[in-house]
Design a protein around this ligand. Structure first.
Ligand SMILES: [Zn+2]
Length: 338
């Protein structure tokens, strides 16, 4: 891959909209949509699992570490082997403590067939960095070291790497796909930080990507819609319709959840709604103005809203299941392949 060295200083951000009243809402099917069958879609949950395990094997991918650097090389070279054109987008972003943070987003382009040139691009994204602190560990002495980030990071990247591998096997590639693997999603203010509190300390890579897209004048109209994967590997994963996704990209939530239901994955893509979740898709929606849907494992009624292993040292490969990855991957292949 070649390094596209676009230095950028992210100085200001848009205001977060506050979330308001939530209600359970049933999925609405789009009329006239053809039925889909899981059998005709090629996607290997075992391969996606292997790509996640390979990332975790580097150790926590904390920005600035060898594990992070080596993982970028591994992901980039693997995506190139699958035929993608890979660029590393870099910049400097202010983090929670006012220090500048180097960011490296991995951008991989999968072209459409020549007959479909001019079609809008589908954005598929996940984050590959690992949280530097396990600040949800009960034992305070365990909180200052980084998490393995198997579900929280590597699972979504593993699915998208397998999507890239399968891309060449589609009978037709009717629209381009841009896979963007964000850096520094999980560097948000740690619970133990007592200094000045700042806003927008999460999703630094996504904020950079969205601002660079806007300022490059490369029109956002290039993109049809986006799908973000986050924590998509738990054997008991459940994906409710996320609040911001419904607010900004409802027709695509409908499309994805309808596709999942038709594939027989309605138990996974449930029709309830989650609270607003500040994830990379929020900045894709609000800064880049690209409608983007978050497929994220949400646990209603839990203390944090997320699974028991979230932001702990237990976020390891034991809690990643190839079957779950396969269901997510088949939904994605169906949506981008139609
Ligand atoms: Zn996280």
């Amino acid at each position: 891959m070649h390094i596209r060295n676009l230095k950028y200083l992210l100085l200001s951000c848009t205001l977060l909209l506050s979330g308001c009243g939530l209600s359970a809402k049933r999925s609405v099917s789009e009329s006239g949509e053809s039925s889909v069958s899981a059998s005709g879609l090629s996607f290997s949950g075992d391969s996606a699992y292997a790509y996640a395990a390979a990332q975790v094997a580097f150790g926590p991918r904390v920005p600035g570490t060898d594990a992070h650097h080596d993982c970028v090389q591994y992901i980039g070279r693997t995506l190139e082997r699958f035929g993608a054109t890979v660029e590393i987008q870099t910049g400097e972003v202010m983090r929670y403590d006012g220090e500048w943070q180097h960011v490296a987003n991995i951008c991989a382009h999968l072209p459409a067939d020549s007959a479909y040139q001019g079609e809008k691009t589908v954005l598929l994204c996940a984050h590959y960095d690992s949280r530097p602190w396990a600040d949800q560990e009960e034992d305070y002495s365990h909180r200052m070291s980084p998490i393995p980030g198997a579900n929280d990071g590597a699972s979504g990247v593993g699915v998208l790497m397998e999507v890239a591998r399968q891309w060449q096997n589609l009978s037709e590639r009717k629209r381009p796909v841009e896979i963007v693997l964000f850096d520094c999603e999980d560097m948000g203010t740690p619970q133990f930080y007592t200094g000045k509190q700042r806003e927008h300390t999460w999703c630094l890579g996504a904020q950079l990507w969205a601002r660079m897209l806007v300022e490059s004048r490369e029109s956002k109209a290039v993109y049809a819609f986006g799908i973000l994967l986050d924590m998509v590997g738990d054997p008991n994963a459940s994906f409710p319709r996320e609040y911001y996704s419904e607010q900004y990209a409802k027709r695509y939530v409908d499309k994805i959840w309808h596709t999942a239901e038709q594939l027989g994955y309605g138990h996974r893509f449930v029709s309830t709604r989650s609270y607003p979740i500040t994830d990379d898709h929020y900045y894709v929606n609000t800064i880049a103005k690209i409608p983007c849907v978050d497929i994220i494992h949400y646990v209603p009624g839990s203390e944090t809203g997320f699974a028991w292993w979230w932001h702990t040292h237990s976020d390891d490969m034991r809690n990643v299941n190839p079957g779950t990855l396969q269901e997510v991957g088949k939904v994605l292949m169906s949506v981008i392949g139609e």
